[in-house]
Design a protein around this ligand. Structure first.
Ligand SMILES: Cc1cc2nc3c(=O)[nH]c(=O)nc-3n(C[C@H](O)[C@H](O)[C@H](O)COP(=O)(O)OP(=O)(O)OC[C@H]3O[C@@H](n4cnc5c(N)ncnc54)[C@H](O)[C@@H]3O)c2cc1C
Length: 384
């Protein structure tokens, strides 16, 4: 059940999604880019700063309410929703938790309004699931930092205005990598976006590599402790994964709605195919798994909200968030495949909506932690 505020936000997000996003999503997918003007409108409505406190220009919503909106946007287009998830999730999370007051005042209002779009650059060619293998370095000299290396698969790596870059600053006492988190202007000399990837799904989302060629930034770019960046990144992913869970639920919900509508319209053997037990059974399982995924995402969001007050016996934040993303993303992949099956030959055709959903769903199983890594995280939380 949603609260009254959550219903209001859901209606606002749904109206916007159905009028401004849904009619364009297939064309954006074919073109490989969404219309940047839509981000400006999302910013005006507050959807780019949902968790940012009101004093910094955001809506100051709680996470469950934010995820209700994110699901609605993803139901219309998961590619656009990925940018919205990053803008609301991991980047402001690191700033809010670890930034100085002047950093918050300098950056959060622009993030919340959408005046500046932000990205999160953690992965590298040889450091994906294991970010501690990163080779990008940040070296301190005379009050500034020089960042050198390369990041891989950065969402909005070319078009973002600000990039949160994680770079190795040394090692800790036990020889483990120490890293810093740097929020940098992408106009700075030394920041160079590389080739755009050609992706299976989420084609309207920009995925690029980024070269950092002796990028020099001032002390004000460093967020928090220069040796705690990896911890900040993992904490940010606890939040980010819930956003991806909501994105996956949105995709799965769209697949369910298309499948139900089509199964009632399409007739074979003189009857709607929805009247066949095999098809009805598929729809029922899809509806049940989508509802279960949504419930798990909302539960993860409630645990995240309570993270500073959890007691013995409460579910741990990291495992709850991992469970939500794991189940929601695998449900999205499975439900979109079922929808393609229900559409028969038409399901395979690009002019029908479900093949895009199936391609988009696959991404949610990969970024911000693959399913295998999430199982590892959940497994670690199980104590005898
Ligand atoms: C569309 C898209 C957008 C992305 N956006 C961003 C972004 O904005 N910023 C960013 O930093 N990154 C981004 N990424 C990168 C993404 O986070 C990584 O691809 C992901 O973390 C996996 O890393 P990898 O690709 O190097 O795979 P690898 O780590 O090489 O893994 C390969 C396979 O091995 C498995 N594996 C690895 N280690 C283990 C283990 N210990 N136990 C069991 N199995 C294991 C994995 O699950 C996977 O199946 C994006 C990726 C995609 C596809």
């Amino acid at each position: 059940m949603l609260t009254a505020d959550q219903r209001t936000i859901r209606e606002l997000a749904r109206d916007f999604a159905e009028s401004e996003i849904l009619p364009e999503a297939a064309a954006w997918d074919r073109r490989g880019a969404f219309d940047r003007g839509v981000l400006r409108k999302l910013g005006e409505l507050g959807f780019l700063g949902m968790l940012v406190p009101e004093r910094y220009g955001g809506l100051g919503l709680d996470l469950p309410t934010c995820l209700v909106a994110l699901e609605e946007l993803a139901r219309a287009d998961a590619a656009l929703a990925l940018t919205v998830a990053i803008q609301n999730g991991p980047v402001p999370a690191v700033l809010l938790a670890h930034g100085s007051e002047s950093q918050k005042a300098a950056w959060l209002p622009d993030l919340a309004s959408g005046a500046r779009i932000a990205g999160f650059a953690l992965s590298e060619a040889q450091a994906g699931s294991d970010p501690s293998a990163m080779t990008t370095t940040a070296v301190a000299r005379d009050g500034s930092w020089t960042i050198s290396g390369a990041k891989k698969w950065v969402t909005n790596g070319a078009s973002a205005d600000l990039m949160l870059i994680f770079a190795r600053t040394g090692e800790d006492a036990s020889g483990r990598v120490a890293a810093g988190a740097f929020l940098v202007d992408t106009d700075a000399p030394g920041y160079r976006a590389g080739d755009r990837e050609k992706t299976m799904g989420l084609r309207a989302s920009e995925t690029v590599s980024v070269e950092l060629d002796a990028l020099e930034v001032g002390e004000e770019s460093l967020v928090g402790d220069p040796r705690a960046g990896l911890r900040y990144a993992l904490e940010a992913l606890d939040l980010g994964r819930l956003g991806i869970g909501a994105q996956a639920v949105g995709i799965a919900q769209a697949a369910l709605e298309h499948a139900v509508r089509y199964a009632h319209e399409r007739r074979q053997f003189d009857r709607p195919i929805a009247s066949f037990g095999a098809v009805r059974g598929k729809l029922a399982r899809m509806a049940a798994r989508v509802a279960a995924s949504r419930a798990l995402v909302m539960e993860g969001a409630r645990v995240w909200e309570a993270r500073d007050a959890l007691q013995d016996g409460d579910p741990p934040v990291r495992a709850s968030s991992a469970m939500a993303k794991l189940i929601a993303s695998e449900t999205a992949t499975w439900a979109t495949e079922e929808a393609v099956r229900i559409f028969g030959g038409y399901g395979f055709m690009r002019e029908y909506p479900v093949e895009k959903l199936m391609r988009d769903a696959k991404g949610t199983e990969i970024y911000e932690g693959t399913s295998e890594i999430l199982r590892l995280v959940i497994g670690r939380s199980l104590k005898a």
